[in-house]
Design a protein around this ligand. Structure first.
Ligand code: FES
Ligand code: FES
Length: 157
């Protein structure tokens, strides 16, 4: 059996480490070793986006990333969005536009939206839909989520 490695990363601005098997999924390390259960597991195979996180500025599916590949990286999870108990503008926009219903997709949607906003987008509805295309939602019909992302872009350019 492979030996465990010491994984160390910056997670939501803080240094974190864990002893993990190299091929452990980053998703399991996030949820089980670090207790950051905001990141969800839906399909476990890169299709649903529920496990979306931002790793070194790139939006990734944590269910597909081996822990060893994330070594030394900078990770942002949904827990890192709020500051000092204050929701960030995108979270506020989800709240005001009804962007969450059951909430299962919401952390992943927020991370995909955060990534879009960090890149200066979305410029219009089509760009918002394209940027969220990797994230599935069974409840909202997407319109309210798209509205929320566009509102966050408009109100916090
Ligand atoms: S759980 Fe990772 S994409 Fe679905
Ligand atoms: S709010 Fe239920 S899956 Fe999106």
């Amino acid at each position: 059996m492979a030996e465990k490695i010491l994984l160390w990363m910056t997670v939501n601005g803080e240094a974190r480490s864990a002893e993990v098997f190299p091929m452990a999924r980053l998703l399991d390390v996030i949820r089980e070793d670090w207790g950051l259960t905001g990141t969800k597991e839906g399909c476990g195979e890169g299709e649903c986006g529920a496990c979306s996180v931002i790793l070194d500025g790139v939006l990734v599916n944590a269910c597909l990333i081996p822990a060893v590949q994330a070594q030394g990286g900078e990770l942002l999870t949904v827990e890192g969005l709020a500051r000092k108990g204050e929701l960030d503008p995108l979270q506020e926009a989800f709240l005001h536009h009804g962007g969450a219903q059951c909430g299962f997709c919401t952390p992943g949607m927020l991370m995909a939206g955060t990534h879009l906003l960090a890149q200066g987008g979305p410029g219009d509805e089509a760009e918002a839909r394209a940027g969220l295309a990797g994230n599935l939602c069974r409840c909202t019909g997407y319109n309210r989520i798209v509205d929320a992302v566009l509102a966050a872009r408009r109100e916090h350019p």
